[in-house]
Design a protein around this ligand. Structure first.
Ligand code: SF4
Length: 481
């Protein structure tokens, strides 16, 4: 594993300049392949984990298209397979290892197939050691900080022999100027910051994504302005802890300032953001959310646990009382506020009483939905060494009980929308049918309805006729704009 001192802007710029040459070289290789065999080389990116990873994959996708690859969804078709991995949960890691086993057979049939693995998992030395030892057929391994270097790494892989591994263990400066092929034009992800300084005791992110760094406000605004000019109607501002945006900037600005600057961009209709950390939500931010017309009334606010003693051992740095107070103040100004959360079940030392407090907070808040996870040990985090790990069967029993309380509450909430008219931004066709469109309310509820493709990208009114378990179905009423 190569070590690297923090990269400065100058060396970042040099890498970006050199990337053009590497991209050109790979495109020439791919053109030669096309001339000989009359079919384009194809690439697939499989993405695990959060929206940050999704957005990194969009950047990889843009580079691959520039290199002359056609993007495919089928493994069998591919000449290049990239797994963009996530280290946050054990399950995602198992899936990566399972998929590597699966593609080994493809590689045996098609020796020219190039296999690459990148993302958060690769920032962990024990995982890279495992890949080097047990998965020698993987051609390229690179870490989250090495994304900028992908063209040079891929060229080295395609033209050399043996496994190429490059994982920098320190983050560089914020990189500007990397293009991305965004999946949806109506809605775009925009990174506003990278890394995290919080060190929650269960979380691997500060070790895999590095320390917190914010992009300059003017760079973010410029990116979104150009997205809006190209038809994007909604942006999702991304960061591990968006509420602490700006702490590393020379020109002082906080997250509320950024929201106001983005709110002023012409053509943009909606602004969302994630993820929020309760300890950093200011009254200024709540008031800005309530007054800036494009900022949606939606907050994903991970609670993780309802017990103060568990929160303390998680190093979350807020109490259940403070958490409830934030929501009370926010709902006071935004009665329609949609609230979702993340909950970890079975954190080390979680007692029946602690669990009862989590159930209690779920009942008090009345979430629109919650992502619930069983605690899993992440090597290298403090909680991995905590002695009082909760047995698996207890974790499972608790999650089952929690869901039996949570799901009917969510369903009841959905039913309260029956007969109401809601404004949605139409994003795309639904996954199930080309005759059914899909969009979201300002408070982030998913709505489907029958309609024509020309409505995609428009704000429309839909009357809810059939609430479902976790979404709403309705009838098109009118176009707002
Ligand atoms: S805030 Fe905590 S849970 Fe979120 S990324 Fe940072 S360390 Fe992980």
């Amino acid at each position: 594993m190569s070590k690297r001192e923090t990269l400065n802007i100058e060396s970042m710029e040099t890498i970006l300049e050199n990337n053009d040459e590497h991209i050109r070289n790979i495109r020439n290789l791919n053109e030669a392949h096309y001339t000989e065999l009359q079919h384009r080389k194809k690439a697939i990116i499989v993405t695990y984990g959060c929206q940050m990873n999704e957005h990194d994959s969009e950047k990889l996708n843009a580079m691959l298209v520039d290199m002359g690859y056609e993007i495919t969804k089928k493994f069998d078709d591919s000449d290049l397979i990239i797994f963009n991995t996530c280290a946050v949960r054990e399950n995602a890691e198992f899936k990566v290892y399972g998929n590597l086993g699966h593609v080994k057979k493809l590689k045996e049939k098609k020796p020219d197939l190039t296999l690459a693995v990148c993302g958060c998992m690769m920032q962990q030395p024990h995982i890279v050691a495992e890949i080097k030892k047990k998965y020698k057929y993987v051609d390229l391994v690179f870490g989250t900080h090495n994304l900028i270097n992908f063209p040079s790494l891929l060229e080295a892989t395609l033209t050399g022999k043996g496994q190429v591994v490059e994982v920098w263990d320190t983050e560089g400066d914020v990189i500007e100027g990397m293009r991305s092929n965004r999946k949806k034009e109506v809605k775009a992800y925009v990174n506003i910051m990278f890394g995290c300084d919080n060190f929650c005791t269960y979380c691997i992110v500060p070790y895999t994504r590095g320390r917190e760094r914010s992009r300059k406000l003017e760079d973010i605004v410029e990116e979104i302005r150009s997205l809006a000019l190209n038809g994007t109607k909604e942006v999702m501002l991304l960061g591990q802890n968006v509420n602490s945006y700006g702490k590393t900037l020379e020109n002082p600005a906080d997250f509320a300032d950024l929201l106001l600057a983005v709110n002023a961009i012409e053509g943009l209709e909606r602004i969302r953001f994630m993820t929020s950390h309760p300890k950093d939500i200011s009254q200024k931010l709540i008031e800005t959310m309530a007054t800036a017309d494009k900022v949606c009334e939606y907050l994903h606010l991970p609670v993780q646990a309802g017990s103060n003693s568990v929160l303390k051992r998680m190093n979350r740095r807020y109490t259940r009382e403070q958490y409830l107070d934030i929501l009370e103040r926010a709902r006071g100004l935004m009665p329609e506020l949609g609230v979702t959360t993340d909950i970890i079940m079975g954190f080390p030392g979680e007692t029946d009483e602690d669990f009862a407090e989590t159930v209690d907070i779920v009942k008090r808040v009345g979430y629109d939905s919650a992502f619930t996870y069983l605690y899993s040990i992440r090597t290298g985090t403090p909680a991995a060494k905590f002695e009082d790990q909760v047995p698996e069967d207890v974790k499972h029993a608790r999650i089952t009980e929690l869901l039996s309380i949570l799901n009917p509450m969510v369903e009841e909430k959905m039913h309260s929308y029956e007969g109401k008219s809601v404004e949605i931004l139409v994003e795309d066709f639904s996954k199930s049918s080309k005759a059914v469109l899909m969009g979201r309310t300002r408070n982030n509820l998913t709505v489907t309805f029958e309609g024509d493709a020309e409505l995609i990208g428009k704000l429309v009114m839909v009357k809810i006729t059939k609430p479902k378990k976790f979404s709403l179905f309705g009838e098109f009423e009118s176009v707002v704009r």
